[in-house]
Write a protein that binds this ligand. Structure first.
Ligand code: GDP
Ligand code: IMO
Ligand code: MG
Length: 424
């Protein structure tokens, strides 16, 4: 059976964790393919809330194998802490597999991430300070340490001597000694040993046996290093192209791409955001939607739904179906604005402007839709939704040209209206 990709259609935090948890009922493997513990994916099951950073959102189901692919940068300390936390919550984590080619996040990456941000001052990216950018820089510079290096102490020391003695010498006084780092990481190596494998081969064999694989993106389209709002992006490829690269699954195995989007838009960190609302509307979205970062606790910036961005996400990712989340958050608005295009220096843009100067200064134009002003969190069928809420969903479908296969009306798994085929 083929593979499905889940991708964030905005700036992250669209509800990928919740949707992956729902799709988990239909698949055998859930794979993280990029990013690291900068991600924060939330799953709510009754009284229990699970916040996952590195572990795929299928881990709650014993029948699913959770794979951390080669494209992920892994801080083993964080991974083990997450496993301990899940175990304390009664979750069986024996089905986690970790690529031997995944790169490691090291203590110096975290120090450099912070130092880089401090240097940028008011121009800072607003990173999560998890060392993600520097880890990917080392990977591209061919100076990175990979999971497999943990099982060759001589090589580990040799590589560390080079990077710590040269590239990261500025942090010598803040870092533990090389010996201390080696012994710490060798300790992690022992604990993660049962998980480490050739995950590309594992997934290939599963696909050949007719099993279904779900590739779970972190971050979102507009944070993609190539296609996002550069330089205010993350350092990896959350888009669907990154899914095959970061998992080692052949591109021809992917037959569907589900884009996750909020009924409005949020962003954490710096960078342009044309439909951002600095007024009481934005504040209300943040309060009702509890828009605080899962990983850093930072307040998320909020604004109206933007069809230009969605059309762009559909194009870049080849999205075949959409899942619309947090529709319930808009329930108390009398009117709801929808951005259908931008204007800049007298020119109209209906597609995402490739020139970042245009995007930064883009003036959104809006159409107004009538709100529904009633609680929809109990809706389980599309026909349970008030007409105005149905109209909003239909309008987004019209503007994007893609069917909305699921509508989420609350954080719980069952607070979901399934309208179409989630996986073929
Ligand atoms: P992710 O990074 O894309 O997995 O998203 P996050 O977990 O960081 O943020 C989404 C937040 O919204 C989480 O707290 C979810 O529990 C919550 N959530 C998801 N879907 C809905 C929904 O339909 N309504 C409401 N009110 N909350 C939702
Ligand atoms: P999930 O998977 C939202 C943002 C940071 C910052 C930029 C670069 O939960 O959707 P980084 O630490 O990656 O170098 O920071 O990217 N960012 C996220 N925003 N959701 C995320 O993940 C994010 N991961 C990184 O806020 O603007
Ligand atoms: Mg998140």
């Amino acid at each position: 059976m083929p593979a499905t990709v889940i991708v964030g259609a905005q700036w992250g935090d669209e509800g990928k964790g919740k949707l992956t948890d729902i799709l988990a009922d239909h698949v055998d493997y859930v794979v993280r393919y990029q990013g690291g513990d900068n991600a924060g994916h939330t799953i709510v099951h009754g009284d229990e809330t699970f916040k996952l950073h590195l572990i795929p959102s299928g881990v709650l189901y014993p029948g699913i194998t959770s794979v951390i692919g080669n494209g992920v940068v892994v801080n083993p300390k964080v991974l083990l802490a997450e496993i301990d936390e899940l175990n304390a919550q009664g979750v069986d984590t024996s089905n986690i597999r970790l690529s031997n080619n995944a790169h490691l996040v090291m203590p110096y990456h975290i120090l450099l991430d912070r130092a880089n941000e401090e240097k940028l001052g008011s121009g800072q990216i607003g990173t999560t300070h998890k060392g993600i950018g520097p880890a990917y820089v080392d990977k591209a510079s061919r100076l990175g340490l990979r999971v497999q290096d943990l099982y060759n102490e001589d090589l580990l020391r040799e590589k560390l001597e080079i990077v710590m003695g040269d590239r990261y010498s500025q942090f010598a006084s803040e870092l533990p000694s090389l010996d201390v780092i080696v012994s710490e990481y060798l300790g992690y190596a022992e604990r993660i040993r049962p998980m480490v494998t050739d995950t590309s081969l594992l997934l290939h064999r599963a696909l050949m046996q007719g099993q279904r694989v779900l590739l779970e993106g972190a971050q979102g389209t507009l944070l993609d290093i190539d296609h996002g709002t550069y330089p205010f992006v993350t350092s990896s490829s959350p888009c669907s192209g990154g899914a095959v690269e970061g998992s080692g699954v052949g591109v021809t195995h992917v037959d569907s791409v589900i884009g996750i989007l909020k009924a409005y838009v949020t962003r954490v960190g710096s960078g342009p955001f044309p439909t951002e609302q600095f007024n009481s509307d934005g504040q209300k979205m943040g309060e009702i939607g509890q828009e605080f970062g899962t990983t850093t606790g930072r307040k998320r910036r909020c604004g109206w739904f933007d069809a230009v961005l969605l059309r762009y996400a559909v194009r870049i990712n080849g999205i075949t179906g959409l899942a619309l989340t947090k529709l319930d958050v808009l329930s108390t608005f009398d009117t709801i604005s929808v951005c259908t295009g931008y204007r800049h220096e007298g020119i109209e843009y209906s597609e995402f402007p490739a020139d970042q100067r245009v995007f930064q200064a883009a003036e959104p134009h809006y159409e107004q839709l009538t709100g529904w002003n009633e609680d929809i969190s109990g809706a389980r069928k599309f026909s349970d939704l008030p007409q105005a809420a149905q109209d909003y969903v239909h309008r987004i479908e019209e503007l994007s040209g893609v069917p909305i296969v699921a509508v989420s009306v609350g954080p719980e798994k069952d607070q979901t209206i399934i309208r179409g085929e989630l996986v073929p």
